[in-house]
Write a protein that binds this ligand. Structure first.
Ligand code: NAD
Length: 387
């Protein structure tokens, strides 16, 4: 079966005033692969319906809840192909489960779920049902992150010794959750967010980014979580030491209280014969330093980049691409993977190396281990006596 038409997208969450839903709408539109045709955009049914109509969704497909969306779309000949879930963490599992059981493909926000139990169940459901479940780990959409992955895999920096990854933010440096900030309110509520505060919200991005680029699995970790803002129920700063398979070591830092950092995602990978560094506020550049050689800046759009980077590049060098294009690369990849499955062929480069349910599960398992480690009595901290 050939599948050349636009894919029809539905959305749950992402209503008036919400954050990530609008990024999904913009990103899904960029390459023309998707058309948003239906949605249950808000926890409040009336607001959701009104918002849908206000952004041009047919009134008949402007739903008050995800259950309504499923009931309304299920019997349509032109039903949605996939539904993007852009709601707070604790709702991902019930919404995704209902969609998958009704036969829809799913694009789910990270973290995949709020609990490990739900993540295990959802990943199993995805595998057994054969439905597509993509997870929007934003940073794996950037072409220069793909370039880094290809170069590490090709041995350009030799055996990896050390991985330094960080995701500092500043927007939760005060108790904004107590001052009416809706996004901060659910993020600091363990029942809605899950057990990991900064580590669940943004540490999961850092963890995925480091694993994506290096291909290494974490064998063990030890974590120190802190809550700096008084009255907050979850960590807002996390330091995690990682031991990777093969002996590499890692340090992961996530923080919601790091003043001066709007979105300072940074990855540095040090190998035996070179290093690579990427900073998301300058996403068009990858810094490569070979052993004994000069620091080199590899630019997005250059002729000698990998196929994986090239297929995720739209504009020539010097015309910067960024966040929306990276997010659009995820959507383009999801479309390619869904088309390939429907047509019974292997996906092209865009549809490979994309974040799927298992990557989502790994992220949630990581958060659980971090919180378990931080809460356990086992770690032993020694005070240096001779300093
Ligand atoms: P938000 O609070 O801004 O928006 C949540 C939206 O979901 C609201 O419109 C709300 O009305 C709606 N909603 C809640 N429950 C619903 C339900 N049962 N049915 C329909 N709509 C419902 O949240 P946000 O900051 O956009 O975060 C949403 C999700 O996206 C979270 O899982 C978060 O971790 C993730 N996120 C990912 C990235 C990324 O880089 N990939 C960035 C930000 C947020």
């Amino acid at each position: 079966m050939s599948f050349q038409r636009q894919l029809r997208l539905g959305m749950v969450g992402g209503g008036e005033g919400a954050y990530i839903g609008n990024i999904h709408r913009l990103a899904s539109r960029l390459d023309g692969a998707w058309q948003l045709v239906a949605g249950a955009f808000d926890v409040d049914p009336e607001r959701g319906r009104a918002f849908a109509v206000s952004i041009g969704i047919d009134r008949a497909r402007s739903y008050g809840s995800y259950q309504e969306l499923i009931a309304g779309e299920k019997g349509r000949a032109d039903r949605v192909d996939a539904v993007a879930i852009c709601t707070p963490n604790f709702t991902h599992y019930p919404i995704a489960k209902a969609l998958i059981e009704a036969g829809f493909d799913v694009i789910c926000e990270k973290p995949l779920t709020a609990t490990l139990e739900d993540a295990l169940a959802l990943e199993r459901l995805a595998r057994e049902s054969g439905r597509f479940v993509g997870v929007t780990y934003t940073y794996s959409g950037y072409p220069m992150v793909h370039e880094a992955r290809v170069r590490v895999a090709a041995g350009e920096i030799g055996k990896v010794r050390s991985v330094q990854v960080e995701y500092p933010l500043e927007w939760m440096a005060t108790a904004i959750e107590q001052q009416g900030n809706a996004q901060a309110a659910w993020r600091t509520d363990p029942k809605k967010n899950g057990r990991g505060g900064s580590i669940g919200d943004i540490g999961t991005h850092a963890y995925h980014l480091a694993g994506f680029v290096t291909g290494l699995k974490v064998e063990a970790l030890i974590a120190d979580l802190a809550t700096f803002v008084e009255g907050r129920a979850l960590d807002d700063n996390a330091h995690v030491m990682l031991r990777y398979e093969g002996g590499a070591r890692g340090l992961l830092w996530s923080s919601q209280v790091a003043l001066g950092n709007s979105n300072g995602v940074r990855l540095r990978v040090f190998g035996e014969t070179g290093s690579l560094q990427w900073f998301q506020e300058q996403p068009n550049e990858l810094v490569f330093t070979p052993l004994g050689g000069r620091v080199q800046i590899i630019k997005r759009g250059a002729d000698d980049l990998s196929e994986d980077a090239k297929v995720r590049t739209r504009t020539p060098p010097g015309h910067p691409e960024g966040y929306l294009e990276a997010f659009a690369n995820l959507y383009a990849g999801f479309a390619e993977a869904i088309r390939a499955r429907t047509e019974g062929r292997e996906p092209g480069a865009l549809g490979r190396n994309i974040p799927l349910a298992y990557d989502g599960l790994k992220g949630v398992a990581f958060v659980e281990s971090v919180v378990d480690s931080a809460e356990s009595a086992a770690p032993v901290w020694l005070t240096p006596v001779a300093t």
